[in-house]
Design a protein around this ligand. Sequence first.
Ligand code: IMP
Length: 430
Amino acid sequence: MNLVVVGMQWGDEGKGKVVDFLSETADVIIRYQGGHNAGHTVVIEGQTIILHLIPTGLLHAGKIGVIGHGVVVDPKALLDEIEMLASKGISVTGRLFLSDAAHLVMPYHRTMDHESEQRRGASKIGTTGRGIGPAYADKMARVGIRVADLLDPQHFREKLSANLTETGRLLPTTAGEHTVDLQKIYDEYLALGERIKPYIAGTARILRQAIGRKQHLLFEGAQGTQLDVDMGAYPYVTSSNATAGGACTGTGVGPTQIDKVIGVAKAYATRVGSGPFPSETDNDIGERLRTQGQEFGATTGRSRRCGWFDVMAARYAVDVNGLTAMVVTKLDILDGFSEIPLCTGYQYKGQLLTEMPTSANVLQHCTPVYQVFDGWRGQTTAGATSYGKLPDNARRYLEAIETRVGCPVDLISTGSDRGGMIIRRAPFVS
Ligand code: IMP
């Protein structure tokens, strides 16, 4: 059984906890896109661990982790993470495999990311500043450096020099300065290459062999459907395919090998960075969601914009990912709200839209239509593990989501710790 987990909203849906939970019954956990812009948070016995590049499943002893070729890798960030885990007694040696075909995030990509955001001014994307967009742009323009290039010093030097010449990055600025120091980057990355060497492998072959042994593969999506470069509100997106299709193109596993696709959505909604967010509540209610939900970025620490669950966006996620089930997370954050609005549609220029618009400009001018649910007031869902024991109004709210989104809610997360999970149907059982 091979399963893909994707975000249904704007990222930060709580995929870290869900993947950690599902990893118990998986054998190989695979990242297929994005880079260290992602921040997957897992809380184990009160201790918070945030992973950016390493598949979350590696927090479980004995599991295999793969970073597929669809991921862009900053080798320094990867090594920092390996060391952080080692300091907590978690060794990934011999069970973490990094694709030799993955592209590298280079120092100049970070500079370009910052400069591009500055140039955009008020219309900036609000990127994580990790150099992700420029790294993917170089990959597509065929001037990227791949992990395998680091293994041959002479070839690496030639390629780095050719790519930097081709892109004009070796040219002095108008002030006569050289902003890119080829020798410095060469020395730094060659040394990093030596250190990541033990993890480098042909990961498509490893996955093929695992499938041959009938092992369970768990593909861990980063970001979310609304941030997908093709399916999201372009250009307010990340630069990779965060949707389920990315699991195939980013790993070399064919679509016929995927059995299930599970979408993760928060019981409300958040987004970081700029771009349209129709159900945003930029007021004291939003502030309350932010405080109760601890909605601050796991990667950048930025405040997340908060709002209500958006059925339009969730239904779209079901369609474009081919979701077979969904997980609703952070239900407990809604404890204590007397009213819980559910965004069921958009009004645009006096018309009710029934489909998610393609254009960010249209989306920007949509106003939400709400169905308002009664909260569960004095009752609590925090830490609940039984669906039957949830307050009636909480079940009513979840069932409305299920019906309107058109996808079964198989799991419900009711707390940040590993324990708070309601299992209505176990995902790895066919
Ligand atoms: P980039 O991926 O750093 O280029 O940022 C592009 C957009 O995606 C920005 O709005 C970021 O805030 C958003 N983004 C990137 N990674 C994540 C994530 O892991 N969670 C939430 N938003 C993200």
